[in-house]
Design a protein around this ligand. Structure first.
Ligand SMILES: *[C@@H]1O[C@H](CO)[C@@H](O)[C@H](O)[C@H]1NC(C)=O
Ligand SMILES: *[C@@H]1O[C@H](CO)[C@@H](O)[C@H](O)[C@H]1NC(C)=O
Length: 166
């Protein structure tokens, strides 16, 4: 019996070492999160992220936001004008994490945007750069309705159009 169990034992050890590897990756990303201006988070899987949405709509109305991914659904949130709301998560191992949001406000219409896409926001040397705390201003202007605000002073916001699509 013990003889036939051997392959299982080997498999068990392989699985445990994979688990240990995962745990150390999580530890690493935590450590780098505390290093100022590390910016290298994009190289690591399972990076910790904090998305912040700021209501900057020009007519100073309440911004209604509904964000979800394939795993999370934050429900409808009402952000007062000049207020901020956000959520935290980890990028998945395959770096396919995406959060899709629906935005509405009085006389502002109904708009969609991927507030986080690993392929855009966690891509090393990407444009915009990798963000750990990803700050977005919504509604400052019609031409640039949604902009990612860089942490570093003196850098211009990265603005995008709505992704309303067909
Ligand atoms: C991760 O970092 C936070 C602070 O950013 C700290 O409070 C926490 O204890 C750390 N966790 C681990 C496992 O090191
Ligand atoms: C908007 O919020 C920011 C940050 O909380 C604050 O500094 C600023 O004074 C506010 N602006 C207005 C017009 O209330």
């Amino acid at each position: 019996m013990a003889f036939t169990d051997k392959p299982h034992l080997i498999l068990f050890f392989m699985m445990s070492s994979t688990l240990i590897l995962f745990v150390s990756v999580i530890d690493l990303s935590n450590a780098s999160a505390e290093t100022p201006s590390s910016g290298g988070d994009g190289f690591l899987p399972l990076a910790k992220k904090h998305v912040l949405i700021r209501n900057k709509v020009r007519n100073k109305q309440i911004l209604n936001v509904h964000c979800k991914s394939s795993e999370d659904d934050f429900g409808m949130v009402h952000i007062p004008w000049n207020g901020t709301w956000g959520f935290r998560f980890h990028v998945n191992f395959w770096k396919t994490t995406k959060y899709h949001c629906h935005f509405t406000w009085y006389k502002g219409g109904s708009h969609y945007f991927y507030i986080f896409k690993a392929s855009r926001d966690d891509k090393p040397f990407g444009d915009p750069p990798v963000c750990k705390e990803c700050i977005w201003d919504v509604g400052r202007s019609d031409e640039n309705p949604i902009c990612r605000i860089p942490h570093e002073m003196g850098y211009l916001p990265y603005c995008f159009k709505w992704e309303d699509g067909p």
